[in-house]
Design a protein. Structure first.
Length: 196
């Protein structure tokens, strides 16, 4: 695997409208590359929810959602076994994709970041970083700048501005990341599940 990362500006990724017309999705990355919505091992997306809508079930998939912008939404399963108010920006929320959910907007449209992994094959660790850190090894690593500007230093030096991301498909080289002043960055580490 190449140690050179893929670079994205999430705002420039072509949005795909939902079939129900309630929002759009921008697919940031998927593994294996080119996998469809039902055949992926892992998938990273940005969603813009414009009105109350159902969330499709993804049996066998573990999900993590992070509010990026807007007042957020309430996620609820039929019967209320899962009832979560996603209204704190940059606070990852993990849940099973097995059960369909309804999303009710709190106060207008919102944008959220999504990570999905196939249970038993991959695991996802999603954290918010606000100070300098060094990357720990993972099979896939994504850095998404959410606030401020971040300097990513390794074999080369890169600057990330809000909504820009770097993705390594394979363990990254020795890399450190630090905010220019203050900022927030989402760190996604995907690993093959070796427990089974």
């Amino acid at each position: 695997m190449s140690s050179s990362p893929e670079r994205f500006d999430l705002r420039r990724i072509e949005p795909q409208p939902w079939k129900n017309g309630a929002g759009v999705t921008r697919e940031v990355a998927v593994g294996p590359e080119g996998a469809g919505s039902g055949a992926f091992d892992w998938r990273i997306t940005l969603a813009e929810v414009e009105r109350d809508a159902p969330f499709s079930a993804f049996p066998g998939i573990d999900r993590c959602i992070v509010l990026l912008r807007g007042a957020g939404m309430r996620l609820r399963s039929e019967g209320g076994a899962l009832d979560h108010r996603l209204d704190q920006p940059l606070m990852p929320f993990h849940f099973s994709g097995d059960t369909p959910l309804s999303a009710t907007l709190v106060d207008g449209a919102s944008s959220d970041f999504n990570v999905m992994t196939r249970r038993g094959a991959w695991t996802a660790d999603v954290t918010t970083q606000r100070s300098a850190f060094e990357l720990a090894s993972a099979d896939v690593t994504l850095l998404l700048c959410c606030e401020g500007a971040w300097l990513v230093a390794g074999a080369a030096r890169e600057t990330l501005d809000p909504m820009q991301a770097l993705l390594w498909r394979g363990p990254p080289p020795r890399i450190s990341a630090s905010p220019r002043a203050t900022g927030a960055l989402l760190l996604v580490r995907l690993c093959h599940d070796r427990s089974s």
